[in-house]
Design a protein around this ligand. Structure first.
Ligand SMILES: Cc1ncc(COP(=O)(O)O)c(C=O)c1O
Length: 393
């Protein structure tokens, strides 16, 4: 068959089935809906005049997230990126340390490593979770590292490998228990970038609570939102105290003096944002049920074609299905860009996965392992419209 015909067949397969089933004109990738107590809580903030980084909703939001995730401590901050930055600072990641991180991720997983003057070291993902491949990682570390004074040292670059940032891609849990074991073995700090994964569980435990730190994002495009916002999860009191201190300009407690004992950051979440987050969290289960329902609908709609597969949550996981994902079969990867472009023109806002970070110009010199799966998945992944407004409105 001619290239043009195949292209059209794939586009029509997606366009007609989605439009016929959901009966809409425009399908956004992921938009929020507000149908709880958002307005009520926002009005309370305004009336009380607590609109900034102090207020009842900030404390409530942190408590509610701790209850929901079963994390001992939760600290709210302005966004997921600042949350990741604070975790790296609290973990004492030094200039020129190496931090292992998957290349198939949003750049916000990697930028905070640069903020610390550290060096991202890219590792590969696996096809069944889209997260870091533990078997490949362990073999790689055995090959490239040695232990010196209980530190993991890269034999080739002579730099310390300090941390591993694991991302739960599109809300699908990585093999976090295996990855944690590897971090213990090599004495590496484990940071979970669970920015996309509120409401996702691995073996019934919320992701973000396995590592030394976990990070959530409540950006407007996430499963629940606080407008903007992030949360750091940790079970370690010392780490909690440290991130709290750093997030409040490192101000030392004093009755009236302004004393700051190290570089600090103005990263605290506002009461207004926390109020929206509290309201959204009250109906997260309803949202999660509809996200799962959307997955089932796509699975059924696309069961009779051979162009692509619909990605399903990995084994032992309960995923929040943040972004619904299809993987083009190998023989159709060449059509990815045209499919994305034409579906967007028709009102179906699909998107590709992020360009792998090791391919971005300013990361070209960073160390990396063989990134075979990353490179292939980049060619295959398309995210479909995933807003819960598709079925809840
Ligand atoms: C994987 C990942 N990490 C980090 C972030 C950063 O979160 P934020 O946008 O709240 O800064 C996001 C989302 O935006 C993300 O998808």
């Amino acid at each position: 068959m001619k290239k043009k015909n195949i292209e059209n067949l794939i586009i029509k397969e997606i366009e007609i089935k989605i439009k016929n089933f959901f009966r809409k004109k425009i399908f956004n990738l992921h938009e929020p809906l507000f149908f709880g107590n958002e307005t009520k809580y926002l009005n309370e903030c305004i009336k009380s005049s607590y609109v900034s980084s102090v207020g009842n909703y900030v404390n409530k939001f942190e408590k509610k997230i701790s209850n929901y995730t079963k994390s001992k401590y939760s600290l709210s901050v302005i966004n997921g990126t600042s949350a990741l930055h604070l975790t790296l600072l609290a973990a004492k990641i030094n200039k020129n340390d190496e931090v292992l991180v998957q290349s198939l991720t949003f750049v916000a997983s990697v930028n905070p490593i640069l903020y610390c003057g550290a060096i991202p070291h890219f590792v590969d993902v696996e096809n069944d979770t889209l997260g870091i491949d533990p078997t490949k990682l362990e073999k790689y570390l055995e090959y490239i590292s040695i232990k010196k004074n209980n530190k993991c040292i890269n034999k080739i670059t002579k730099r310390k490998i300090s941390a591993l940032v694991v991302m739960h891609t599109f809300g699908h849990p990585s093999k976090i228990i295996q990855l944690k074991k590897i971090c213990r073995k090599f004495n590496i700090i484990l940071i979970e970038d669970a920015a996309e994964a509120i409401g996702s569980f691995y073996k019934n435990k919320h992701v973000g609570t396995f590592g030394d730190f976990g990070v959530l994002s409540f950006n407007g495009n996430k499963t629940i939102t606080s407008g903007c916002g992030g949360m750091i999860l940790t079970n370690n009191y010392k780490f909690y105290k440290k991130i709290k201190h750093l997030s409040t300009q490192s101000r030392v407690k004093h009755k009236f003096e302004f004393i700051h004992d190290e570089i600090g950051y103005n990263y605290r979440l506002s009461n207004i944002n926390a109020a929206v987050g509290c309201a959204q969290l009250e109906y997260i289960n309803k949202i999660l049920r509809s996200k799962r329902q959307i997955f089932k609908i796509y699975k059924a709609l696309f069961s009779n074609q051979n162009f692509f597969t619909v990605f399903k949550e990995p084994i032992y996981s309960k995923s929040n299905y943040w972004l619904q994902t299809i993987l083009l079969n190998d023989e159709y990867v060449e059509y990815k860009n045209v499919i994305i472009s034409k579906l967007n023109d028709s009102g179906i806002k699909v998107r590709p996965v992020w360009k792998p970070i090791h391919l971005l110009k300013h990361f070209k010199k960073s160390p990396k392992m063989n990134l075979y799966n990353t490179n292939l998945l980049y060619k295959k992944i398309i995210n479909l419209p995933s807003s819960y407004s598709l079925i809840l409105n």
